[in-house]
Every structure is written in C-alpha cells, then in structure tokens.
Design a protein around this ligand. Structure first.
Ligand SMILES: [Mg+2]
Length: 412
C-alpha cells in the first residue's frame, strides 16, 4: 500500500475545514482533519509545501514510522500548526489501514470497550429562562449531559452564548456557540471577571434546582481566571456537583492548577490548546486534572493522543475530547473510534455541524439516546464529496478577542 498522491482540500460549508486526502496505489483514499480554527491556511501551507512531498512513495501502513519521521525529522517540534499537520497524516493513514483491513478503525485500536460514547451538548443563554429553554431542547434531542454557559449582567458579548450571527451571508441565522465569525477582522468581546464570579454560581443553583441532581453539568471558564479566582469559583460551584470545570486558568501555566486543586473538589478538565503528551507531564503526574481535553486533530493524531490517554489512565484521569464544530466530521470520527476503544473514556463534547457540512462530508456515525457511535463502515466511515467541497471556497474567519472595561486585552 504505497502512497501515490496526497492533496489538501479547503472547504467552507457553514465554516472552514482543512482536510488531507491521501490516495494509495491500490486505489484507497484516507482522510485526515487539519482544521486549526482561525489559522487554517498556515496548516494548509505546512502540509502542501512541506509534508505532502515527503509522503509520496512511502508505505501507507507505516503509521508509527511516519509519525516519528514527521515529528523528529522536522527538528522544529510541537506547536498547533505542526501537530495539526502531523495529526492529519496520522489519521489518514489509520483510515487507510482500517479500510485495507476491512474493519472499522476502532477494531484496530483494540475493539469496542463500551456500547456508545456519552456526549455532552452546549446549552446556553443570556439569562436563566433562555438557559432553561436551551437545556430542555438538548434533553429533547437526547443529550444526557450539558455544558452551561451564561450571559453575565453588564457584559454584552460573552463566550459560549448562542446568538444570531452578524456574519455576512448568514446574518440573522442562529448559531450555537460558533465563535469564529466570517469577517476580515476578529470580533471584539468584553469581559469582567468579578461580575462573572459573582453571577455563575447563581446560574448553577438555578439549573440544579430546575433539572434535579442527576443531570451531568459542565462549565468552561475558557482560560480567563487567575489561580485564586479559579479556586474560588471551584469552591463556589461545589454544591452544584459539576461534572467538570474546564480551562479555569491559562494553559501556559500548568503549575496554576496546584493552587486550584488544593482548594476545591470540583473536577477539572484542561487541554484543548495543548498539543503533545509533554504538555500533560506535570498535571497528570501530580494528578491536578480529572479529564484530558485534547482533540485528535490538534494533538498529533490518534497515535499521539492514544499515548496521552494511556499515560493519563495510570492516574485515573479520563478522556474528554474537544468536539466543537471546528473539529471536522473527519476529526470527529477519529475521536469516536478512539473513544470507543480506550478503557479510560470519560465524555465526548458534541456540537452538531451545520446542514451544508453534512453535504460535503458523508458520515457513518450515529447519535442515539445520548450516545455517539462511529458506525461500522471500514476505516473512519467518512467520505469527502469533492464536487460539494468545491462549491464552498475558503472564507476568512477569526475567533473573537476580549477587552476588559479599561480596554486591556484579556484572555479570550
Ligand atoms: Mg473549551
């Protein structure tokens, strides 16, 4: 199974996606997701100019050797662009290997360890009635766990709240927490940590009272708090029994989690912006987290994220793979196969893609009674319709940024 050609497909149905397509001499096509939200074209150039020429003529079965060749061979290691590019190659090769074996990929990763993957959706609202309505809609769609993001009095634009987009071409359409808006410049949002810290516990008190003790509730602080602020929030949320508090402090400072951990028993999740096992060394060994948030797409593919999760398993830490809409259906399929196979699966984030995305990527995964399953087609179970993809050319889109009330740029 020799790699005959590879190309990078950029398409923008509902949002931008970057997909690596690897074709072998025996006619199989493997897919890998390389989407890096708001910086997509950097990964396109990395793949097209520096990786694709190295793949031609290689043995497509040599997954581990190709991973090490691309990682160590570049000399310049790690970082989101490099690791997304390597991930795309890795997932495409796993897809090819499983297609060649005539098996769904999870079988090659050890087989199914469970019947399906518990998924959580994104409930949100500017106020309590909107949040309740959003939770009820998610429950009616079958979700058995929800993330809760809330508006904060006095702030106008906040991460994670569904809104009517002002993005050209989609104006007025409701979007659920798709923060990257199509425009030449990023949107500016506002932030005030004291207002947020006062308000969020009242939201969880109301949600628990309304929906009872059994519903798993999650919350994302999106890297905006100092260690002592995060510790205070974790303590304040303890009565409401969160499934996790996510990204409570900036990811660059893993030691910050020591202080948070010493003060609260609220479970902690982090890692969507990490991209290697080395980012996890300290926080896993010291048992400072409970869930690994990395996505296959941004962590060097299945080969490398499996390594992270096996390391985490030794410390009773589980998976909570990143699954926003910027993880393409190809990246999502990879996550589902890996999640089904590993022992220490925790929960899977699941945001539905828009209807146009489903016309470009034909998928085999199912969402039944709150559980995701990757399906049983050989390989990843995703095909890319090239004609449909060509109808949606790339459109510039950026993640927003934050300013405090005095104009200071803050973590978004
Ligand atoms: Mg997050």
């Amino acid at each position: 199974m020799i790699i005959k050609s590879a190309d990078v497909v950029v398409t923008s149905p509902d949002r931008n996606f970057v997909t690596l397509r690897v074709v072998t001499d025996d006619g199989l096509t493997g897919l890998g997701d390389a989407t890096l939200n708001g910086r997509e074209l950097a990964v396109v150039a990395y793949l097209r100019d520096h990786v694709v020429p190295l793949l031609i003529g290689r043995d497509a079965h040599a997954v581990e050797d190709t991973w090490q060749f691309l990682y160590r061979g570049a000399y310049w290691r790690r970082g989101p662009v490099t690791m997304a590019a390597i991930a795309a190659v890795d997932v495409a090769l796993w897809d090819l290997k499983a297609q060649a074996a005539g098996m769904p990929l999870y079988q090659l990763l050890g087989g199914a360890s469970r019947t399906g993957l518990l998924a959580y959706g994104h409930a949100s609202g500017r106020d309590i009635p909107e949040i309740f309505e959003s939770v009820r809609r998610h429950l009616s769609e079958g979700f058995r766990a929800v993330r809760i993001q809330a508006g904060v009095p006095g702030l106008t634009a906040i991460y994670g709240i569904a809104a009517n987009t002002t993005s050209p071409g989609n104006a007025g359409k409701r979007y659920d927490h798709e923060p990257a808006q199509r425009a030449a410049l990023p949107a500016e949002e506002d932030w005030d940590t004291p207002s947020y810290l006062r308000h969020i516990p009242t939201v969880f008190e109301a949600v628990r009272a309304e929906f009872g003790p059994d519903l798993p509730l999650l919350h994302d602080a999106h890297h905006r708090l100092t260690p002592i602020q995060a510790a205070r929030l974790g303590k304040a949320l303890e009565p409401y029994d969160l499934f996790w508090l996510e990204d409570c402090t900036p990811a660059e400072n893993p030691e910050a989690l020591r202080l948070v951990r010493h003060h609260t028993t609220t479970p902690l999740a982090i890692g969507e912006v990490f991209n290697t096992v080395w980012d996890y060394q300290l926080i896993v060994r010291e048992q400072l987290i409970d869930y690994v948030r990395s996505a296959v797409t941004h962590t060097g593919g299945i080969t490398h994220l499996k390594r992270v999760l096996e390391f985490a398993a030794q410390y009773q830490i589980k998976s909570g793979m990143h699954g926003p809409t910027d993880i393409s259906p190809v990246g999502m399929a990879a996550a589902l196969h890996l999640g089904l196979a590993i022992h220490n699966f925790g929960i899977q984030e699941y945001m539905r893609h828009g209807p146009l995305t489903d016309t470009v990527f034909r998928q085999s995964f199912t969402f039944t009674d709150g559980l995701l399953h990757p399906g049983d087609r050989p390989g990843l179970g995703v095909t890319l319709d090239m004609e449909a993809a060509a109808r949606f050319p790339y459109q510039a889109a950026y993640l927003p940024f934050n300013r405090l009330r005095d104009g200071t740029v803050h973590d978004w």
